[in-house]
Design a protein around this ligand. Structure first.
Ligand SMILES: NC(=O)c1ccc[n+]([C@@H]2O[C@H](COP(=O)([O-])OP(=O)(O)OC[C@H]3O[C@@H](n4cnc5c(N)ncnc54)[C@H](OP(=O)(O)O)[C@@H]3O)[C@@H](O)[C@H]2O)c1
Length: 226
C-alpha cells in the first residue's frame, strides 16, 4: 500500500486525514509537535507511526529526514498551519504575528517539501499536497485577515515555483482548499466536517496526474482562480 506523511496530524483536518488513510490500509507517517500528548492520534489503528515534527524547528525536521532516509513517500501532505492575528484592518496588524505566520504557513511547508523531495520522487504516486485556502485567492479576495490571506497566497506561489522545478520528475504538486471546516481553526459553525474535507481531498489526490502539476483545487475537485 502507498505511504502518506502528514504534518499537524494530532487534531483537525490532519488527524482526520491520518484516520482515513490508515483505515484505507495506507502506511501513515503521522507527525505532530508533541506525540506524547497526541491521544487522539495515538489511538488511530492501522499501519501508523507517530513522529515528532515542529515544522518551525529545523532540528526536528533534520531528525525525521534521517529517520525516513530511503523510504518512499507517495503523498507528502503539508497540512500544519496557523491563523493568528485575524484583524480586519492593515492598521491593526501585529507584525511579529505576521512573521510567525509566514514561518509556519510558507517557509515551513516549502522546507519540509524540499527535505522529503527524494522520498517523494522514489514513490509511485509522487504527490506533494499543500493545504492552501480559498483565502489565498486574489480574484476572490473579500478583504480583511491580510496576515493569513497573504501567507496562503505566498504558499501558493512558492509551491507553484516548486511544481515548475519538479516538472520533469513526474511529481505532482497540488494546492488544496479543504473547505471551511469545523475544526479549532474553522470554528464550530463551519459548514464542512473534517470527515468530508479529508475524504474530498483524498479523492482529489487519488485522481491527480502529472499534467495537473501546480494546480489549485477545492476539496471537491473544482479548480480555484489564483
Ligand atoms: N479549518 C478551515 O476552515 C481551513 C480552511 C482553509 C485552510 N485550512 C488549512 O488547513 C490546515 C489544517 O487546518 P485545521 O482546520 O485542521 O486547523 P487546526 O484544527 O487549528 O489544526 C492545526 C494543526 O496544525 C498544527 N501546527 C500548527 N503549527 C505547527 C507547527 N509549528 N508544527 C507542527 N504542527 C503545527 C497544529 O498542531 P498543535 O496542536 O501542536 O498546535 C494542528 O495539528 C491549515 O494549514 C489551515 O490553514 C483550514
Amino acid at each position: 500500500m502507498p505511504t502518506v506523511l502528514i504534518t499537524g496530524a494530532n487534531r483537525g483536518i490532519g488527524l482526520e486525514l491520518a484516520r482515513q488513510y490508515a483505515a484505507d490500509g495506507w502506511r501513515v507517517i503521522a507527525t505532530c509537535r508533541n506525540p506524547g500528548a497526541a491521544d487522539d492520534l495515538n489511538a488511530v489503528e492501522g499501519d501508523i507511526d507517530v513522529y515528532p515534527l515542529d515544522v518551525d524547528d529545523t532540528s526536528t525536521l533534520d531528525a525525521l529526514v534521517t529517520s525516513l532516509q530511503g523510504q518512499a513517500i507517495d503523498v507528502l501532505f503539508n497540512n500544519a498551519g496557523i491563523n493568528i492575528n485575524k484583524v480586519p484592518s492593515i492598521g491593526d496588524i501585529d507584525y511579529d504575528a505576521w512573521a510567525r505566520t509566514m514561518e509556519t504557513n510558507v517557509f515551513a511547508p516549502i522546507r519540509v517539501a524540499w527535505a522529503f523531495k527524494d522520498n517523494v520522487l522514489a514513490s509511485s504516486m509522487k504527490v506533494m499536497a499543500f493545504t492552501s485556502s480559498l483565502m489565498a485567492s486574489i480574484e476572490r479576495n473579500g478583504g480583511g485577515n491580510a496576515v493569513y490571506r497573504s501567507s496562503k497566497t505566498a504558499l501558493n506561489m512558492a509551491a507553484h515555483c516548486l511544481s515548475l522545478e519538479l516538472a520533469d520528475t513526474g511529481a505532482t504538486v497540488a494546492m488544496l482548499h479543504p473547505g471551511h471546516v469545523r475544526t479549532d481553526m474553522g470554528g464550530p459553525n463551519a459548514p464542512v466536517t473534517a470527515v468530508d474535507s479529508a475524504a474530498g481531498m483524498r479523492d482529489v489526490i487519488s485522481k491527480l496526474s502529472p499534467d495537473e502539476n501546480g494546480c489549485f483545487k477545492n476539496y471537491d475537485g473544482t479548480a480555484f482562480p489564483w
